[in-house]
Structures are given as C-alpha cells and as structure tokens.
Design a binder for this molecule. Structure first.
Ligand code: SF4
Length: 241
C-alpha cells in the first residue's frame, strides 16, 4: 500500500498488477508507464512489467492498517481482467468485507465480467466496497448499465479521462460521479461544457459530484476549479466513516 496523490482517495492497494488496453480511455495508461519504470528499478512485483499477476501476500495488508483508510484497489491493474481468477477476486472481496473500518474503491473497465460474476452470485458485497466503472465517452456508457445491474451497495462512475460529451447519463442507482481531464505530453482536450453538463446532471439527480482536475500539459496550473469553486462531493455513506 502507498500514499496516493489521487484527489478522491487516500491510499492505493494492489493485490493484482498488470493489465492490457480495452478502450480509448486506456491510451495513455498511467499504470503501464509506471509498471515499466518500476520494473527498471528492479521492483519484484513488476518484474513481468504489465503482465497480469496476482499477489497473495498483499491480502494480509489491510488487516495491519491502524487507522481507517479510503483505499483505491488496483491502481496498477483491473481486478476484473479475464486473467485474474474468480477465486482470487473472491479472496480480495473477503479481505474487504473483513475490514469494514476501511472504504475500498474498486474501479473497472471490464464491467461485463463484473456483471457476469455478480449475476452468478460469486461476489460477496459489503457496504464498504464502492464499485465503479470508467466512462470516458458515450461509446462505453453500456458499462453503467452493467454496474447498475450488480448488487454493489455503492456505485460510482469515473469519467476520466473525459474525451467526449456525456449529455444523457442514466444516473439511476448511481451514488457518485468523478470527472477529470487527461494530462501528460499529448492530452486529448476536455471541453468545459462537457464538465458543466455532467455536473448539472448530477445536481439534478442528487448524485455526489467530484471534479478531479482539468488536466492538460500543465495539470497543476490548470487546477481543479469549475465555475469558480472546487467540487469534492462524496457518497453520503462516506459520512459514516
Ligand atoms: S483498464 Fe486501466 S489499467 Fe488496464 S490498460 Fe486500461 S487504463 Fe490501464
């Protein structure tokens, strides 16, 4: 586990590492770049660079954290990648359930696999497991339907990097929406009207809205204000922790 600079979480925990690209949102995958760096530094966990690997030893970690944490699960992978055995996913879920003092945020682009496992009754949910799907453009909005069909107690969308408008989001059953622009050397632009439109849809539907960043080539300078303010909405269940 390590401290995270991601604005909507506190820590990251990676019981699996590695992945491969599935949609346009993956184009400049941070995890891929970072895995390559960590391999070059000789970090054992990344010796196969971006190949999917499971790490049984990581399963013990959450039991040892003293204070309550908000934890982003698998910042360096996708828990629902086809190469992660369901038995291992179930072990991760067991760890999360047995540590109700922490919030675990799981984010996937493989919403079809998530839905399938859930429909088969293979996932044992608890209130502290927040399940999210990435929605970078209208092309992948079907992921929201897959998420909605699951029994996850808290459901969220990560619209980052937002690379197109999402004017007709179906937010039924959704608790939280995060929006962010792409950063790096050649970021794809995010139009302000796309962001304000999503924010307005969230306000209308009474869904918590979090604006992470504008992104761009100078992420720090571009900042994270929208219409003169920061938007740090979190699901109301967050108040219970
Ligand atoms: S799903 Fe996530 S971790 Fe996997 S390649 Fe795409 S952006 Fe990277």
């Amino acid at each position: 586990m390590s401290q995270s600079s991601i604005e909507w979480t506190e820590m990251t925990w990676n019981p699996t590492t590695g992945c491969d690209k599935v949609s346009a949102g993956c184009k400049f995958c941070y995890a891929e770049v970072m895995s390559s760096r960590l391999k070059a530094m000789g970090v054992d966990k990344y010796k196969d660079e971006f190949k999917v690997r499971i790490h049984e030893s990581e399963l013990r970690r959450p039991y040892s954290w003293k204070k309550s944490k908000v934890v982003f699960v698998n910042s360096m992978s996708d828990l629902f990648h086809k190469d992660v055995p369901i038995e291992f996913i179930q072990k991760v879920f067991k760890v999360m359930k047995e540590n109700p003092q922490h919030v675990f945020q799981v984010l996937t682009k493989r919403a079809d696999i998530l839905r399938y496992y859930d429909s088969e009754g293979l996932l044992n949910w608890s209130h502290n497991i927040w399940m999210g799907v990435s929605v970078e453009s209208q092309k992948v909005e079907h992921r929201i339907d897959n998420l909605r069909a699951t029994n996850a107690r808290v459901k969220f969308l990560s619209c980052e990097p937002l690379i197109g408008p999402l004017p007709k989001l179906n937010l039924k059953g959704i608790d939280w929406v995060i929006v962010g622009g792409e950063s790096g050397r050649k970021p794809r632009p995010m139009k302000p009207e796309w962001v304000t439109n999503i924010k307005d849809q969230c306000l209308d539907a009474d869904v918590a809205f979090f604006f992470k960043q504008w992104g761009g080539t100078n992420k720090k300078k571009a900042g994270r204000q929208l219409e003169g303010q920061t938007w740090d909405g979190m699901p109301s269940i967050a108040n219970e922790f």
